[in-house]
Structure formats: C-alpha cells, structure tokens
Write a protein that binds this ligand. Sequence first.
Ligand SMILES: CCCC/N=C1\SC[C@@H]2[C@H](O)[C@H](O)[C@@H](O)CN12
Length: 658
Amino acid sequence: IVCFKMAAWFEMRFSFLLVHFLVLVGLTCAGNFSIDYDNNTFLKDGKPFRYVSGSIHYSRVHPFYWKDRLNKMRIGGLNAVQIYVPWNVHELSPGKFTFSGASDLPQFLTLAKESDLVVLVRLGPYICGEWEFGGFPAWLLTENKDMILRTSDPSYISFVDKWYTALLTTLKPYLYDNGGPVVMVQIENEYGSYFACDSDYLKFLYHKVRRVLGDSVIIYTTDGDGDGYLKCGTIQGAYATVDFGPTQSPLGNFKSQRDFEPKGPLVNSEFYTGWLDHWGQPHSHYDWVNVAKSLDLILELGANINMYMYEGGTNFGYMNGANDPPYMPVPTSYDYDAPLNESGDITVKYYAFRDIISKYYSLPSDPITPNTPKGKYGPQQMIFMSTVQDALSILCPEGPTMSTYPLSMEEVKHYYGFILYRHKLKSAVTNSSLVTDGVRDRGYVMVDQLPQGMLYREDTTEVKVTGSAGQYLDIFVENTARVGFSTAMNFMRKGLIYNVTLGGEMVTGWEIYPIHLENMQHVKASRSSPKLSSSGNLATPSIYGGKVNFGATKDPPMDTFLDMRPWAKGQAFVNDFNLGRYWPQEGPQVTLYVPAPVFSTTGTNQLFVLELEYSPCSRTNDTVCTVNLTDIPYIDAKPAGRNIEAESRGAWRKHNVH
Ligand SMILES: CCCC/N=C1\SC[C@@H]2[C@H](O)[C@H](O)[C@@H](O)CN12
C-alpha cells in the first residue's frame, strides 16, 4: 500500500519519472537475496544473513499439519526450511501435473512465508531422500526401459524439460525477489555420488532454471564433504555446498567446500540429526548431546546449516524408498530420530537445539506449541472380507492383461503396490519346482489359493508346487519400493521381470491383474476363507475390514497409532487413506502413525487391511480378529534374532555413509 501510494503521488506530479520510480519501488518492495563473496555471507535485503534451517518434506506430512510443523520449527529458533520436490507426486502420468491437496506446493510455501521462514527448494529432478525411486515417476521406465537416469540421455532430458517448466513456472511467483519465501534452489542431489558424472546434464538443469527463474535467484548444489564428490557434483554458476553429520571439527568438513568455493558463505546442507531406517535393522538413533555439541561448533563458525531431518514424517502409501546393494526397503516411518518426531511431537533434541540456537539468535517469544493429543482407542474388531482372488472384479475392475510371458508392472502401466500373475495349470504337478529370479520384490505363490511358499528377490528363487490340471497357479507380487540411490536405480522394473519355469518347463500363458487397493472399501464379505499352507505360517493374502470404534468419547478423532501385532505383513488403510506398509515382525517399526485428519468427523470410519501372510482371525473365534489403536508410537523394536541380511545391510550403511 505504501509503495502504491508513493507511486500514485509521483504520477500526479512527475509522470515522466514514473517509469523510473516504479522500477525503484518494485525493487524496494520485492526482496533481494544474494551472496557477498567478500564477506563470506548471504545478504538478505542488503544485510548479512545466516540461515539456520531444518528439512521438512511436505509429501511426508499431512497437509492439515503443515502449519503446525512450520510453526514449531520457527519457535524452535529456525529462520529457514529446506524442502524436496518429489517429481512423482506432481506428474502422476506424462504431462498431467498436479499442485493440489497433499501436493499443494504453493500452499506450503505460503504457510512457510506466514511462519516467517525463508525456503530452500531442492528441485530435483532426483531427490534421493529414501523416497520411492528417489522422486522419479515410475512411468519413466514405461516410456523407455533403457533410459539412463540422471544423464543427458535425450529420452530422459525431454521429460525433465517438461517437468521443470511446470515446476519452475509454478515456483516463480514465490521467489524472494517476487515477494515470496524462496531464496535458493538446488539442482539435482549429491550428483557427485552418482556414476555418470555428466556435466552436460547439470548444465542443462542450470540453464533451464536460469531461463525460467531469471538471473538473480541463487542456484546451488549439494554433495558429500569430499573433493571426489564435488568434482562431479558441481557446475559453474551454481553455488557448491556440502553435507555432513555430527563432527568435532567442522572446519575440516568444510574444507572440500572451500576447495570449490574459496569465498562465500559456509553451508552444510544436510547436518544429520538422526538417520534412516531399513526394515529388519535396528532403529537409527543419534545421541542428542553429540549432535547438539556439533551444531554449536558449526554455528560458532558462522556457517549456514540445514538440519536433516528436522521433521521426518511418514512415507504414506507406497512412497517409501529403498537402498541397494543389498536390496533394503525403508519402513513407512521416516521418523529419522529427528527433533520433531514422526507425528510432530517435540523431542529432547528440539529443546537442546533450540537452546544452542538461542546462543546466537533471540528466540521467538511464543510458547512452545504443545504436542497434538493422541487417542488410545484400544482393540478394533476386524472381520475377514475376501481373499484377493475372490475380490478381483473389485480390485482389478479393468480385468487382466493376457500375455504369453510375464510382463513387468511398468509394462502394464501399474506402478505401485501389488500385482497378481495367474496361470492355469495344463497338467498336474506334485512338489514341482517353480523357479524364477525375476520376482521384484516379494512373491506369494498359491495353487487354487492354497499358499505354496514365498519368493524373495534377494534369496528365494524356488518354491515347491503341487496342483491339478485346470487349477490356477497364482503369484501375488509386492513391489516393496524402487531403489533411490546408486546405479541400481537404472534397473528398477517391478513385478515379474523374468520368465518362470515349473518342473523345468517354461510357464507360458499368463493373466496379469494390477491390484487397486483403494477399491478395498467396495469389497463385499465373501463366504470363503483364507487357506493355510501346510507349514501353517502362510495364509491366502486376504482383505479384512472393521468399523473404527472410538469408545464412549464425544471428542473428535485424535492422532493415533495402529498396532498390527500379531498380524504379519501388509498394507493398512483408514477409509480411502493409505497409511502405508506394516511389518511388525520384521521391525523396527511396529506401529503406523494415523493422523487425525484422515478420520471423518461426521460419518463412520473404516479400517481396511490387506494381510499378506498370516492374520490371527479365524471363523470360529472372532475375539482375536482385532487390531489396536494406541496413543504411543513404537518404531524401535529390536529385530528378532541374528539376521544375516540385516547385518549385510549394516555393511551398506558403513559403506555408503560418507
Ligand atoms: C554417499 C552417499 C550417501 C547417501 N546419501 C544420503 S543417505 C541419507 C541422506 C538422504 O538420502 C538425502 O536425501 C541425501 O541427499 C543424502 N543422504
């Protein structure tokens, strides 16, 4: 308003100066964020500025809670947040872009600005982040299964170009120079850790951003703190930053940044406050004292810092990622042992880091926001509804694709979750070997819905099968995640990706059923029952449902945690919201976070579960057919027994963490 009145006053008196004045006013009203190389600092509106930032991923927090988390981050003493833009939540199919609902990036940026936080946007197109396929949409693999990701491969670049145009035009109004919160944008992600080292690719990304966003926004890169990483991860014109975890000598960690940026602000773009988990591994935990001391040392240097993660959140649905080798999917919880835990609650790290920050900056006067209340709703009655096979007309309304040989999920354009491969036996088999090393990633083998055994990509490629001619041989495959790191990313097809033999003969003639679990709510209770394998530890993958019982309370539904013990492994929904995967017997995650906003406050609420292996339910005794809604999260169970695979996973962690 001030700017407008000033412009109007000038127009009445010196219209010939108006053009010049408006330009001046425009610059004055908009912000300006730049690098002062002589004084090794950022400048925000001409004044030295050091950011104390935290990573939060909008795709991992229910939109209802975005404001709550951002406000807690501000009160925690932060003046900035860093986000990833996952391509696969914004372009669900080629050319169809969405920035709404849980993918409403403009809304998230608006809320960040309202919380007086500037935003560092990590554009991708690759984001790593233990997110499904590192953020890449899986349909890229349908377009060209030989595409070499993260290179100047023309088939890859053509899709990146279209995606970047949609993203950058959406982002432009939110640049700091245009009055928004976005002060810096990152291209790619730890590119120096990738085998390709394709500078033409980085140049393409850099110039694309410059063409759309203009010359003033700071473009940056992030790499591990080693010259070997920055050698291929940096590009002329983009400010090079590094990432490293708790350290007693941060100046040493910053040396590699100084080797590439002799002048300019020190920046640690990922200061690890905790670490990622893998199914079957102990929950990662970083001691808060050690992390706080290191935070203090970094702030004492005057360096800029982004704490990764500050709010980890949840891999809802099928969006968890995986690492390889060996293949190791990450759980639904992305708690990361972060200062704000998965459900946004304050932890000891929050208090500790806030105290450290208060040595350097005065804290907001607001009181620390209380944690959201949690509902302890107790046991929830479930009932068997149907086996997957008996519900195919609902779960796969489009019907099967017929094929001589198995087709991958990408070839039938079904990218996430589950798919059923069916073959009608031409002759009887008795204890015959079914063999394939093409299952991606877990396959449940059945004949006439009777479980025969399980296939797993890492160690089980054979199952003994018995059946009669005319019976259906079914292989129900779970895609447990596409790897989001290393060269392995380029070999990420899912479902059955190689042929199958039975008794030494090639199996030909398949019906292929993509499974749409979001249709579970329409499945009618069937009269059949799941069949139990001879070993007793596998039952026909089946769907169970139950009406949520909140008890006598009149209060609106609260955040709660779904404890699936003693069920084995599967996928859980509340109404049509896909909470994610559960696997309590594998651990370390046992409970699934259920954000309150997924419950209806007016109608009834339903729980739906696809159980893959074994449920406690039986026709004769439904008192045991329950799941539990508790008020306490449990994500650090000790995986049972010696697990060679888990130990080798530990090797990955040692090998890969720089
Ligand atoms: C040498 C590469 C190590 C892999 N980098 C990791 S493991 C945990 C974190 C997140 O994935 C983050 O998205 C990466 O940028 C850095 N990082």
